[in-house]
Design a protein around this ligand. Structure first.
Ligand code: ADP
Length: 165
């Protein structure tokens, strides 16, 4: 059985993440979405929230599971017997960072391949960071993010506005 790990911060999940996941689950027998605990110093959502927002979107995928991890990625991949790490590539800007990470992970465990997948072009410019920014200033992002994550963002933003105001 070919198992792949799809790691990331998912802060929060977007349709870009889901697009990559759909492609990955056709290529591998099992895909484990691995939500990173320490991916960012100050994530908008807690690890539990980020994991739940992913879980609620993958219940109908029979070969996808969701976990969190708080260790070296390759160590987690080894523990899960994963043969590959799945990463998404959007614009050229992703390349430099992803290239470094892939090389480092190969150095740490040459048996685990990093596989890059491209999303549908409508998600080329979708990132959790950008969506949070646009949402904060009232921009329309409905087509780029699943409903539960949009709802979570809106209530988080509403709370902030109240406390700021
Ligand atoms: P990280 O902090 O590890 O980059 P992210 O949650 O931002 O975590 O992203 C996880 C993975 O999903 C990364 O490989 C990222 O490039 C990919 N990804 C995120 N958004 C998109 C998108 N719109 N299209 C394709 N890949 C994406």
């Amino acid at each position: 059985m070919n198992i792949a790990l799809y790691p990331g911060s998912f802060d929060p999940i977007t349709n870009g993440h889901l697009d990559i996941l759909q492609r990955a689950r056709k290529l591998f027998d099992q895909v484990i979405v691995a939500v990173a605990e320490n991916a960012e110093k100050d994530p908008t959502f807690s690890l539990e929230e980020r994991k739940r927002l992913v879980e609620e979107n993958v219940t109908h995928f029979d070969n996808v599971s969701v976990e969190s991890f708080n260790c070296l990625l390759v160590d987690h991949a080894q523990k899960k017997n994963a043969v590959a790490l799945v990463r998404g590539l959007r614009a050229v800007s992703d390349f430099e960072y992803e290239f470094q990470m892939a090389q480092m992970n190969r150095h740490l465990d040459p048996k685990i391949e990093t596989v890059f997948l491209m999303p549908n072009e409508k998600y080329f410019f979708t990132s959790s960071h950008l969506l949070k920014l646009v949402n904060r200033y009232g921009g329309e992002i409905d087509e780029l993010i699943p409903a539960n994550a949009l709802h979570a963002l809106r209530s988080r933003f509403a709370k902030k506005s109240v406390s700021e105001g």
